[in-house]
Design a protein around this ligand. Structure first.
Ligand code: NAG
Ligand code: NAG
Ligand code: NAG
Ligand code: FE2
Ligand code: FE2
Length: 749
């Protein structure tokens, strides 16, 4: 502990002087901006502007806080569900809708100052972007220097006034720290088109470093957890269902919202790739609040290691800032080359949208003694009812609640976790908070309500002739409800989901359409209604022997039409284990990350993070690259994506694996068992001079060593849980049976 503390002290001292030095050397024009990271007042709680007379009386701060904590509840709920998507796949369409309204909300805000920030780059060029990023960095460094000058002149701390406040800040920040890296969680999937893989792999390296490259001591979430063990020992881990319980008093609305935005944007890696790349670029830039926090935490006797780490690892020369910028530039160059300038400009808009989302949702809470006591007009004021129309709608529902038993008994409508019967229980809508929750939950529940579109809203159909609630509302009441639905989201104002589509210049693609047309060979995420595990359990009797089947005869050429689909699909097996940062702090997931690194062709884990070295390394040959080489050498034309492979060579087993891997928690044993079977295959192929060049054979051989080392670690852990071990054996034998089929068939010919 002693040595570690002095090391930390040294770090802080070094960074303080290092940054001052950088500033002295690279002194540019005096800095004049009014921009302050983390001080910018963001309308976290902005309500949609709706029709009707707005009251001019502002609620008190206490009132605002109550309201905020209540709507925070919605984000907390999402925070939990998004980290346990296996259990809640049905929230995906809503998740996409919320993501798009967050884009809209932040873009609309940023568009008020189109000459500032990233929106000032109308036409993308490499120079314009790197210029911009350097200026942003300079700004932070100037601010940091001014801060240091103030502090040197005996100025007070600017983040935390007391030790208690620092503690409060650390604890309140935990929701966002516990999802550190989440926005990149799904960035590099087997379903990613092959031409994009170079870009997405480089972005994945940033994720890998957030997760410590498989070394738990370097895993950012783990490091924060260690800090919490000292600061607030009873706080559960971020993926624990108890974490969102109100008794922990984690009530900083903006922190939850930012954390949920990170989880949301990661979810749709194919639909929102440019946005993720833009988000990453802003998120990985160094923030003034991190610099200040590192220094002030140290002064107050807290371990600032987490923050120090984020100063060093995110640096603009070789760290995450540089990597994120490089990823964006490479991506833009690729689009420009493939699809032309117009497509590139369109893509640039979307990168901006992602950047703005991160920028406008600050993650650092402001301590009570630094909070602005008078709410600025830009800050959202959540008053309720928010319009006359809303007041009228609430009056109607309250009246129904009083006689509720009569009306909705036959309706199956459920939203916000309650049935309509529960919402409208007698006296349930007595309090304003409940009323607001009710309206917000109802208006966010498709297909019952489509904001701004009463025609499509099923809720209204239920109220009409032949609807199950027909007659329970008078015609004028139905009319009011219709007006209310039409007033939602459709017009001007914040939370208008259409703003995003308008900004990127595309027609809206509704979520329900997207999720009807999903193809597991090309899209993500896709959940099958049936549990693949249960199918597998039926197919395979229990086998509990230690899995070591006979080695495969390497001189036999496999039946390529069985082999290729397996080869291209099986990299999916472990992909989804590392997408939720809070779930990456176990020995198994660390080993899995190392296997994934080996399989994607990343260098062996070093004592220090690779950073830009990994981006500049160009021989990172992974399973997909090896697959493409084998396809070429066998005289076939190169596939462009997994769907292409599976169109050419049909394989039920490949589809089975794709379904299975979407549920890593449920299928951990099976997936690892299958992986082990494929390591046998890797080993066989590494000996086959027909399919691979000598260099590639060697690379694959090295991969096998790394895979085996880490599978053994996983196996050791699984053996302590008999059901998982049983699954492991099942998975292994299942995989080997299919792999052996590739080889048997040819030998029979
Ligand atoms: C491997 O297969 C080749 C050709 O089919 C055969 O000649 C050889 O004996 C086999 N080796 C083993 C160990 O089965
Ligand atoms: C390879 O397997 C496929 C599918 O089982 C089969 O139709 C085909 O005849 C096999 N080809 C060879 C050369 O064995
Ligand atoms: C409906 C609801 O959850 N209301 C809560 C809003 O927040 C206040 C204070 O935190 C609670 O007392 C209410 O029960
Ligand atoms: Fe991090
Ligand atoms: Fe980072």
């Amino acid at each position: 502990m002693e040595w570690k503390n002095s090391l930390v002290a040294l770090y802080v001292a070094t960074f303080v002087s290092l940054f001052s030095l950088i500033r002295l050397v690279a002194r540019k024009k005096p800095w004049r901006s009014t921009y302050w990271y983390g001080r910018e007042k963001q309308p976290w709680l902005r309500t949609p502007k709706r029709r009707g007379a707005a009251s001019t009386v502002l609620p008190s701060t206490a009132e605002q806080n109550t309201r905020a904590s209540n709507s925070t509840h919605l984000y907390k709920d999402l925070y939990h569900k998004l980290q346990h998507l296996e259990q809640y796949p049905q929230i995906l369409p809503t998740a996409r809708d919320i993501l798009i309204s967050l884009f809209s909300e932040t873009l609309e805000l940023a568009s008020q100052k189109p000459k500032a920030g990233i929106l000032s780059i109308h036409e993308y060029s490499r120079d314009a972007l790197s210029d911009f990023q350097r200026k942003e960095d300079d700004k932070v460094m100037d601010q940091w220097e001014e801060y240091l000058t103030r502090r040197m002149a005996k100025g007070p701390r600017e983040m935390f006034s007391t030790k208690d406040e620092a503690k409060w800040w650390l604890v309140q920040s935990s929701p966002v720290k516990y999802v550190d890296g989440a926005w990149l969680g799904h960035i590099n999937k087997i379903t990613t088109p092959f031409y994009l893989r170079h870009v997405t792999k480089n972005a994945w390296q940033v994720l890998s470093e957030e997760l410590g490259d498989g070394d738990i001591e370097k895993n950012h979430v783990y490091i924060y957890r260690r800090l919490m063990e000292v600061v607030e020992p009873q706080l559960p881990t971020g993926d624990d269902p108890d974490f969102i319980h109100p008794r922990h008093k984690l009530n900083e609305h903006g922190v939850w919202k930012a954390a949920v935005a990170q989880l949301l944007i990661s979810l749709f890696p194919h639909q929102f790739l440019p946005e993720i790349i833009g988000f990453n670029m802003h998120y990985e830039a160094i923030a003034l609040s991190t610099l200040k926090a590192a220094k002030e935490l140290k002064e107050l006797g807290f371990d600032p290691y987490y923050f120090i780490l984020h100063i060093s690892i995110d640096n603009g020369d070789s760290g995450h800032t540089a990597m994120a910028l490089e990823v964006a530039m490479e991506y833009m160059a690729l689009i420009q080359k493939r699809d032309g300038d117009a497509a590139a400009q369109h893509t640039w808009k979307r990168i901006q949208a992602g950047y703005i989302l991160s920028k406008c949702l600050p993650t650092a809470p402001v301590c009570p003694s630094f909070k602005n006591p008078t709410p600025s007009p830009l800050q959202n004021i959540e008053r309720f009812p928010r319009s006359d129309l809303e007041a009228e709608v609430i009056r109607i529902f309250k009246a129904k609640a009083a006689v509720s038993q009569k009306i909705h008994c036959s309706s199956r409508i459920k939203f916000g976790g309650h049935t309509i019967t529960e919402w409208l229980a007698p006296r349930a809508l007595e309090f304003e908070q409940k009323q607001m929750e009710f309206l917000d939950a109802l208006s966010n529940t498709k297909p019952w309500i489509y904001k701004g579109d009463s025609e499509r809203s099923r809720f209204l159909k239920e109220l009409s002739w032949k609807g199950r609630m027909f007659g329970s509302f008078t015609p004028s009441e139905v009319c009011t409800v219709r007006e209310w639905i039409d007033s939602l989201g459709g017009g001007q104002g914040y939370n208008n989901p259409k703003f995003y589509w308008h900004f990127i210049g595309k027609n809206e693609i509704p979520s329900e359409k997207i999720f009807q047309e999903q193809d597991i060979r090309a899209d993500h995420p896709v959940f099958s209604p049936v549990s693949a595990n249960s199918i597998c359990t039926q197919v395979l009797p229990s086998i509990s022997c230690l899995p070591r089947a006979a080695s495969i005869n390497a001189t036999v050429i496999p039946n390529l039409s069985i082999f290729f689909p397996l080869w291209f699909a099986h990299p999916c097996l472990l992909e989804d284990f590392v997408c939720i940062p809070a779930k990456t702090t176990s020995p198994i997931s660390c080993s899995i990350l190392k296997i994934l690194r080996a399989q994607s062709g990343f260098g062996a884990e070093d004592a220090i993070v690779a950073g830009m070295d990994e981006v500049r390394r160009n021989n990172n040959i992974g399973l997909v690259d090896l697959g493409l080489e084998m396809v070429r050498r066998s005289g076939f034309s190169e596939p462009t994506c997994l769907r292409d492979v599976l169109n050419t060579w049909k394989s039920d087993f490949a589809l089975f694996m794709l379904h299975l891997c979407k549920r890593p928690t449920e299928n951990v044993g099976l997936l690892l068992g299958l992986t082990m079977a494929f390591v046998d295959l890797h080993n066989t192929i590494s000996l086959s001079s027909t399919l691979l060049s000598e260099d590639s054979q060697h690379l694959l051989g090295v991969m096998v060593d790394r895979e085996r080392r880490n599978i053994d670690i996983c196996l050791e852990v699984l053996q302590t849980t008999p059901p998982h071990f049983l699954d492991f054996c099942r998975g292994y034998h299942l995989g080997r049976a299919e792999i052996d089929r590739c080889f048997d068939q040819t030998s029979k010919q």
